[in-house]
Structures are given as C-alpha cells and as structure tokens.
Design a protein around this ligand. Structure first.
Ligand SMILES: Cc1cc2nc3c(=O)[nH]c(=O)nc-3n(C[C@H](O)[C@H](O)[C@H](O)COP(=O)(O)OP(=O)(O)OC[C@H]3O[C@@H](n4cnc5c(N)ncnc54)[C@H](O)[C@@H]3O)c2cc1C
Length: 385
C-alpha cells in the first residue's frame, strides 16, 4: 500500500473531475486525479455552456477564457417548417451572462486542465481504477498503471468517472432509471445555412426532430433522431434529414463533415451521491437526454459546489456540508432528468395526432412571455443558484 499526502483522490479527468480538481486546489486542498486514458478525449461532445456554469467558474478564473473561445448565442427557437412555435431569448436573464455559450467540450476541458496545471496540479495517466473499498474512515483505491497494480488510501474518493462509473459500482450505489427507444445522430459540419447564427433552432416535424446549433469557426452542430442510424452518419444522411425536417426556404448544403456519431440515451440518477467516504459527481451520478445541453453543465456545477463542501469538511472534521451538498445536488439532478425527459418525449412523439396537438399547445404556451422567461431561466440553470 502506497501512502498519499492528499486527502482526496478523484477518479476521472472529464469536465467534472477537472473542475473539481482545479477548484479544490484554488481553495488550498490539492487532490490526486487519476484517469484511465493516456490522453484526454479530443471530440466536441457537449457544446453548450450555460449561464450558471459561467457564474460558478468565475472564482476559478476560467470564465473569461471560455468566453474568448466560445460563440455567444442568445436565442433558442422551436420551429416547425417555416413556423416559429417558441421564441426564447436569454437576453433578459438576470445574470452577467445572458446567453448560451457554444464551446466544444475538448476546448472546455483544455481550459480547465490549463487552470489545474497553473495551480500546480496534474492528471495521472493512464491509471485505470479497478477496485474500491470503503473502510468507514478512509477508502482504498486500487488502480492499474502500465503493468503495475497500485493501491492508495485517501480519506475521500470522488467518482467523476462517467456513466459507466466503476466507483459507483464498487460502492454498490444503485443507478435508477431507463432508456429511450430512439437512436440519435450527431454531426459537426460546415454548411450553408439560411438562418441566423445567433439562434439555436429545434425543428419538430412529422418524421422526427432535428436541432441545429452554431459553433465557433463557422461550424454547426446537428443532432437528430434517426431510426437505424449508422455508426458514422454521412453527409448525405444529414442533408436528407435537414431537407425533410429543416427550414422551408433556402438551400442547405453541407460543405464538410468534421465529426459524426450516433448515440442512444438513458435517464438515470443515483440513489445517493455519497456513501461513507465515497462521493459521486457528474455523469457518474446522473445521465439524461441531451435536450437542453444540461449534462456537462450539471457535472461542472456538482464539482464546484463539492469542492467547497469537501474543503470545509476537511478543515472542520464535520461532514454536514457534504450531506447538504448531496441533498441539494440530488434534487437538481432529478429536476434536470425530469425537464429533459419532458422535452424529449414532447419532441419525439411519433403519433400524428399527438404531434398536431403538441404544436398547437407549444405555440400557445411558447408565446406567453412568462413561460418563455421560465424556460430560459431553467435551461440556463440559473434556478440552481
Ligand atoms: C456524443 C456526445 C454528445 C454530447 N452532447 C452533449 C451536449 O450537447 N450537451 C451536454 O451538456 N452534454 C453532452 N454530452 C454529455 C457530456 O459529454 C457529459 O455529460 C460530460 O462529458 C460528463 O462529464 P464527466 O466529467 O462527468 O464524465 P466524462 O466526460 O465521461 O469523463 C469521465 C472520465 O473518467 C475516466 N474514467 C472512466 N472510468 C475510469 C476508471 N475506471 N479509472 C480511471 N478513469 C476512468 C474517463 O477516461 C473520462 O476521462 C454528450 C456526450 C456525448 C458522448
């Protein structure tokens, strides 16, 4: 058994683990971060950074860099062909950041990693955690690095190791929920697009949904439902979807495909985010539909508030802040899963009658200023303050 001078070991260097490690260092509690991959992932994945995330990252000093790297997009519209059903503007929100920021996840992770390193931290790679045991006062974590198996015994272990969390499994924490039937395709492209780049557009249609979001460097992110989706959708697949479900006017032509993928989605929340001296945050604790782009945001916000709770518990020996953290973050995780579930079911209903009623109801509600504001407030996660 090796000793560690650090009281906290974090498993996983995705956005959640990086934000937690950097914020803990800023507060004066260095943690060891282990990740199984030899290098960080370099794909765009989550592209939306919401106002509340920009607020909570401000003390860490990374918000200005995110703003420089990202693209400010202040409008979200739900459309059906040429009709606008809902027009949500983030401009009236009571925050310094009244917009959504489009910034690919690899850039967000690079910014968080740079900040961690500037505070004297690092990620230990490749270190694959294979076993975890809670002893009540501390935790044993076993990991493989090169051909060696090593063990450490920190006071606290935090699983930020994503949806297939090994830490969660070894802590026997149930991950309750289910999955959706639809398969989705995702593509980052350069294309000629007839609508404003100030807008994220979600199109409802009789054959499924398609979302188009502008990204930095004249790119766009496209997400759509697609039955029997191929592992790597082609330009022709995506063009056909846009032609069928997108705007009525204007020719959409994809000039370059930068990345494409397919995915299935689940909705699950852990029963506990703390068991003994083991804690869970980010996708290890909650996963849901990408509707509204909440996943990475909720994970980063879990992490920043967990850093304060852990720092305070280590300083005082009183674990009440960790229990309060768990209570608050579990409530938020459940409400994110419920909101994204409602949005997904609404957008993916396949019955023509339900679709017609949905469009009428959405258009009526979507034109009530109070409802528009409430949706902007919830999507931006400012309700979590
Ligand atoms: C294709 C795609 C598109 C997405 N689009 C969006 C979007 O538009 N908006 C949004 O908000 N979210 C989106 N997401 C989800 C978003 O990417 C996740 O919510 C986010 O990455 C969660 O961050 P995390 O740090 O909690 O977990 P992860 O990013 O999954 O990081 C977990 C880390 O743990 C490491 N790890 C795992 N197991 C071990 C182990 N045993 N030992 C050591 N290390 C381990 C992994 O290597 C990884 O680095 C998307 C995801 C995908 C895949």
């Amino acid at each position: 058994m090796e000793t560690t001078s650090q009281d906290v070991v974090i498993v996983g260097a995705g956005p959640t683990g990086l934000a937690l490690g950097a914020e803990l260092r800023r507060l004066g509690t260095p943690a060891l971060i282990l990740d199984k991959l030899a290098a960080g992932a370099n794909t765009s994945r989550a592209v939306v950074v919401h106002a509340r995330t920009l607020e909570v990252l401000e003390p860490l000093g990374v918000t200005s860099e995110l703003l420089q790297e990202g693209l400010i997009v202040p409008i979200f519209r739900i459309r059906h062909g040429g009709r606008i059903l809902v027009n949500v503007t983030f401009k009236d929100l009571n925050t310094k950041y009244p917009f959504t920021l489009m910034c690919p996840q690899d850039r967000t992770e690079a910014i968080l990693l740079r900040r961690l390193v500037s505070l004297g931290g690092a990620v230990e790679r490749p270190c694959k955690v294979v076993n975890v045991r809670d002893f009540g006062t501390d935790v044993e974590v076993q990991f493989q690095t090169d051909a060696l198996t090593r063990k450490l015994r920190p006071k606290w272990l935090v699983g930020c190791d994503g949806m297939h969390s090994v830490v969660r499994d070894h802590a026997y924490i149930p991950f309750e929920g289910g999955s959706y039937d639809e398969s989705f395709v995702l593509a980052d492209v350069q294309m000629d697009w007839p609508l404003d780049r100030q807008e994220v557009s979600l199109f409802f249609s009789g054959t499924g949904l398609v979302l188009v979001a502008p990204l930095p460097d004249n790119r766009f992110r496209i997400v759509a439902t697609m039955a029997g989706a191929p592992a790597e959708p082609s330009i022709a697949d995506i063009e056909a979807i846009l032609k069928q479900r997108g705007p009525e006017d204007g020719v959409v032509s994809i000039r370059r495909m930068l990345w494409s993928s397919r995915f299935h989605i689940q909705h699950r929340v852990v029963k506990n985010m703390r068991r003994g001296n083991i804690l869970l945050a980010g996708d290890a604790a909650h996963i849901h539909s990408p509707a509204g782009g909440q996943g990475m945001n909720t994970g980063i916000q879990d992490a920043v508030s967990l850093a304060a709770a852990l720092h305070s518990t280590l300083a005082s020996g009183n674990d009440a802040p960790l229990n309060a953290w768990q209570e608050k973050r579990l409530k938020i995780a459940h409400s994110v899963v419920e909101m994204t579930d409602r949005m997904t079911k609404l957008a993916t209903s396949s019955s023509a009658a339900v679709q017609m009623l949905r469009n009428v109801a959405v258009e009526i509600i979507g034109n009530i200023p109070f409802a528009q504001h409430a949706l902007a407030q919830s999507l931006s996660e400012l309700d979590n303050r």
